[in-house]
Ligand binder design. Structure first.
Ligand code: C2E
Ligand code: MG
Ligand code: MG
Ligand code: MG
Length: 287
């Protein structure tokens, strides 16, 4: 049905959404309904380790399967969900569903993957976030070490004491924590002294022109150095070409995520990908 509507209809809806955003109530109602009707779904994008190309994890990325307008990407509704605070119940659904799916894959015999879930700043400010995460783990049976929560730099800039306490609480639960979109937020680096993140994700804006823009290359090398020196694992987002991959490999980055390996795909397709290609073929490194 969504397919039959085609591209044009989707563009109309995009325009509609912007109008609706100004009438927040309408869109809010529609998102609330989407939660009840199970219209949200998660796509998964593999992350490959560059030691051997093996898939080490997957990032869960939300989509809205709208009954009339088809598949809507998060950029079109997450900002409004944040404004209306609906991101809290939506984000909690994402947590539970991602944990459930990861546990199901493990039970089906797939090698244990780390499932990465994006946490909105508002979720970090929920008083009961620790309980919600613990519940998602308990309900799914997923071991905490296989859940990774992604936060952006901006969250560590507001209400620092509260956020630090929350991050330490999450760490005590045994989950992993990563910094998403690193290098794009307005932040000082001082939070890196105060909290030991497990992983740093280099923003895709630095990766895009990596092989043609010496400034981007220098920034990426510096971020890899910083991350490694501080004991974090470093992953590059938005890797689309073999050239970018080769550069990152020679820069000794730990892992990559991007269209070069796979776009975000539905759970069933992800399972098939894991059976067909559980290892990303790496380019030969010059000796
Ligand atoms: P993000 O967390 O930085 O996720 C990575 C985004 O980059 C994804 O877009 C992914 O499809 C895209 N991407 C991955 N590889 C490539 C590539 O090689 N080239 C290019 N051009 N893009 C690539 P997506 O799925 O549209 O998500 C956009 C953003 O929406 C995410 O950015 C994240 O900030 C937010 N988001 C997605 N799902 C959730 C969620 O469940 N909760 C919250 N709070 N935010 C979410
Ligand atoms: Mg992310
Ligand atoms: Mg990112
Ligand atoms: Mg992003």
């Amino acid at each position: 049905q969504a397919k039959a509507n085609g591209r044009n209809n989707y563009q109309y809806f995009t325009a509609d959404l912007n109008v609706l955003a100004s009438e927040r109530l309408v869109l809010e109602t529609s998102m609330r309904q989407a939660l009840v009707n199970n219209e949200f779904t998660l796509f998964y994008q593999p992350q490959a380790g560059l030691a051997d190309g093996g898939v080490i994890g997957a990032e869960a990325l939300i989509r809205w399967r709208h009954p009339e307008h088809g598949l809507i990407p998060p950029g079109k509704f997450i900002p409004v969900a944040e404004e209306s605070r609906l991101i809290v119940p939506i984000g909690n659904w994402v947590l539970r569903e991602a944990c459930r799916q990861a546990a199901e894959w493990q039970a089906a015999g797939l090698p244990p993957l780390t499932i990465a879930v994006n946490l909105s700043p508002l979720q970090l400010h929920q008083a009961n976030l620790l309980e919600i995460v613990a519940d998602a783990l308990a309900a799914s049976g997923l071991d905490a070490q296989y859940l990774e929560l992604e936060v952006t730099e901006s969250v560590v800039m507001q209400e620092v004491e509260h956020v630090m306490a929350m991050l330490h609480g999450l760490k005590r639960l045994g989950v992993k924590l990563s910094i998403d979109d690193f290098g794009t937020g307005y932040s000082s680096l001082s939070y890196l002294k105060r909290f030991a993140f497990d992983k740093l994700k280099v923003d895709q804006s630095f990766v895009r022109d990596l092989t043609t823009d010496p400034n981007d290359a220098a920034i990426v090398l510096a971020i890899i150095g910083l991350g490694k020196t501080l004991g974090m694992s470093v992953l590059a987002e938005g890797v689309e070409t073999a050239e970018q991959l080769a550069f990152l490999q020679s820069a000794d980055i730990d892992a990559i995520q991007g269209f070069f390996f796979s776009r975000p795909i539905p759970a069933e397709e992800f399972r098939q990908l894991m059976e067909r290609m559980p290892v990303l073929p790496l380019p030969e490194m010059p000796a």
